[in-house]
Design a protein around this ligand. Structure first.
Ligand SMILES: [Zn+2]
Length: 70
């Protein structure tokens, strides 16, 4: 698999829990937005993403990953 630059994940951060895309689409300002949701119940709300492909990689869940870090 090709290596993709991870904007959020730090090297060595294994088992990063990621929220997956619930919805995605164009925002009023023509940028691409996506909504991420985690199984723990966390929702990102609409956030701007660089591309749909980027959105599909998921967004690290701040709730789950914070629990793991502590
Ligand atoms: Zn979570």
């Amino acid at each position: 698999m090709p290596r993709q630059q991870e904007l959020f994940a730090k090297p060595g951060a294994k088992r990063l829990k990621r929220a997956h895309v619930i919805d995605a689409g164009s925002l009023p300002d023509d940028s691409i937005g996506a909504v991420f949701g985690c199984r723990c119940g966390w929702f990102s709300g609409w956030v701007t993403v660089g591309s749909v492909a980027e959105a599909k990689k998921g967004l690290p869940c701040p709730v789950c990953n914070q629990e793991r870090a502590q």
